[in-house]
Ligand binder design. Structure first.
Ligand code: NDP
Length: 253
């Protein structure tokens, strides 16, 4: 499939070392965007960038940690130095660390809040100026947040993860009210179960097996299928904003 309006764009994608972020970076680059890939694992980013370049695309690996102010600021500085201003920001970096709430895992709660919510805010702080400038100059400008159907579900053990995603969904909506009138689109995407590394960080065997069991029962999306939704939304004419998209495996109720 080809998409209009992506060639010549300059994108930054967080969480691009794997899963949805990687697939988004690969797809945007294949459509002619220059893409800065941001995550912590440099070797994984280098491998994705190598693949993009081998296919004729333009990409830049930027190792950075979205939970660290200085790291995000340094990443933004490097991206600006190499590529100039960006006009498409995709926030896909995220962690999902379930446990019963009475386990009191404040370490995991803080990591989820700092990655899934404050991490997005750090990126917004670093790149909103670019998006407003691009829109002000008459170009298409997009902020895309990868939230989750988990923003709406009431699974036991996922209270804090779900709360971070509900915060991100609501943040997207509020940002749209602020940025939309200035021609910056804000798109909030809520995928259902997607086959990625996300569940591999779950400490509890039982809770990890629960996710595997869900995938066995209802199937899962591929990262490329979610990336297709990101590319579709970002490639509409600039006055069209798909502000809220939930994409689920058909069998996920
Ligand atoms: P992955 O674990 O494959 O991807 C998460 C990415 O985030 C990794 O590339 C990881 O790279 C990066 N990351 C994690 N922490 C940080 C950090 N502190 N700084 C920078 N990058 C970080 O999982 P998914 O692709 O599934 O997850 C992408 C998004 O999709 C997440 O926000 C997730 O909540 C959401 N989502 C996923 C669903 C699913 O079923 N898989 C369903 C709904 C939503 P590195 O470790 O190198 O930093």
């Amino acid at each position: 499939m080809s998409y209009e309006n992506l060639a010549g764009r300059t994108a930054v994608v967080t969480g691009a070392a794997s899963g949805i972020g990687e697939a988004v970076a690969v797809l945007l680059a294949a459509q002619g965007a220059r893409v800065a890939l941001l995550a912590r694992r440099r070797e994984r980013l280098d491998a994705v960038v190598e693949k993009i370049r081998a296919d004729g695309g333009q990409a830049l690996a930027v190792a950075a940690d979205v939970t660290d102010d200085a790291s995000v600021d340094a990443a933004a500085e490097r991206i600006h130095a190499e590529y100039g201003a960006v006009d498409l920001v995709v926030n896909s970096a995220g962690v999902m660390l379930p446990h019963p709430v009475d386990d009191g895992r404040i370490d995991e709660w803080q990591r989820m809040i700092d990655t899934n919510v404050t991490g997005v805010l750090r990126m917004i702080r670093a790149f909103t100026g670019d998006l407003l400038a691009a829109a002000g100059a008459g170009r298409t400008a997009d902020l895309v947040n990868i939230s989750s159907v988990g923003a709406h579900l009431t699974f036991p053990n996922y209270a804090v993860y779900g709360a971070t995603k509900a915060a991100l969904t609501h943040l997207s909506q509020l940002l749209r009210a602020e940025l939309g009138p200035r021609d910056v689109r804000v798109t909030n995407i809520e995928p259902g179960l997607t086959a990625t590394e996300l569940a591999s960080h779950i400490e509890s065997d039982t809770l990890r097996e629960f996710v595997d069991g869900m995938a066995d029962t209802m199937g899962s999306l591929s990262s490329e299928e979610v990336a297709d939704v990101v590319a579709y939304a970002s490639s509409r004419p600039r006055h069209v904003n798909l502000r809220q998209i939930m994409v689920l495996p058909t069998r996920q109720a």
